[in-house]
Design a protein around this ligand. Structure first.
Ligand code: ADE
Length: 253
């Protein structure tokens, strides 16, 4: 069993691996966001990609999601655990809380969101997406959150926006009415592509701010996100490592 990890902003520290070694990979879609860092966590083989690059140079629009997912498949991964920062659209989801996502709304506009740009003759591919996050992986992450004693929410709908700008207040209020619980700029295409390629995928979202719907505090800034990351990175890392320890042979057994 091999586990792919996609580390989001501030959660992409490759130093969490034992026996690390880097490898480059080209894919039919170009290069992944970063080299593939191969190593071991809790006795399990893992491959880590830093979603925004090791120096955080790829904007959410420019992240090569197809290359990242393809590369993890090609590297022999059986499943993907992803981390992401997110804004909270609900009062109950406070800064530093983790959310084990179970649904997404795709509000992106300028991204490649499929491996099937063209169909083979009579070979249409329409991937089911009703339950996009893998339940067995979500269960493992939930158990891990409980074991680590971190405040978390067992489910949540993420809306992924194009970015890199934040939302207007009108958008933020609309997303709340649509039923979104948290907001980010990356999960939707990544999760779609993992499903298309047949890799079970789950994501831990860490809440860093209240976006801008909550008018009793200033709207989100990047500086705020970085600061809240800083205080909570260890928590997410611990949850991830504990989850990897808890994975049985074959990610989704
Ligand atoms: N990532 C973290 N906070 C966010 C927000 N408020 N909007 C979009 N992406 C985010």
């Amino acid at each position: 069993m091999k586990i792919g990890i996609i580390g989001g902003s501030g959660l992409d520290n490759p130093d969490i691996l034992e026996n690390p070694s880097d490898s480059e990979m080209e894919t039919p879609y170009g290069a992944p966001s970063s080299c593939l860092r191969n190593g071991v966590i809790a006795g399990r083989d893992v491959v880590l990609i830093a979603r925004h690059g090791l120096e955080h140079t790829h904007t959410p629009t420019r992240v090569n999601y197809r290359a990242n997912i393809w590369a993890l498949k090609q590297a022999g991964c059986d499943c993907i655990l992803a981390t992401t920062a997110c804004g909270s659209l609900r009062r109950r989801i406070a800064r530093g809380h983790l959310v084990i996502l179970d649904q997404f709304i795709d509000f992106t506009r300028h991204r490649s969101i499929t491996f099937h740009d063209e169909f083979e003759p009579h070979g249409a591919v329409h991937t089911p997406m009703a339950e996009p996050f893998d339940d067995s992986l979500r269960e493992v992450l939930l158990r891990s959150c409980a074991e680590c004693g971190v405040e978390h929410h067992a489910r949540g709908t993420v809306i992924t926006i194009e970015g890199p700008r934040f939302s207007t207040r009108a958008e933020s209020n609309m997303f709340r009415q649509w039923g979104a619980d948290v907001i980010n700029m990356s999960v939707a295409p990544e999760c779609i592509l993992a499903n298309e390629i047949g890799l079970p995928y789950a994501a831990v979202a860490m809440s860093t701010d209240y976006d801008c719907w909550k008018t009793d505090e200033p709207p989100v800034t990047w500086e705020e996100i970085l600061e809240v990351f800083g205080g909570n990175v260890e928590k997410v890392t611990k949850v991830l490592i504990t989850a990897i320890k808890g994975l049985e042979q074959g990610c989704n057994d």
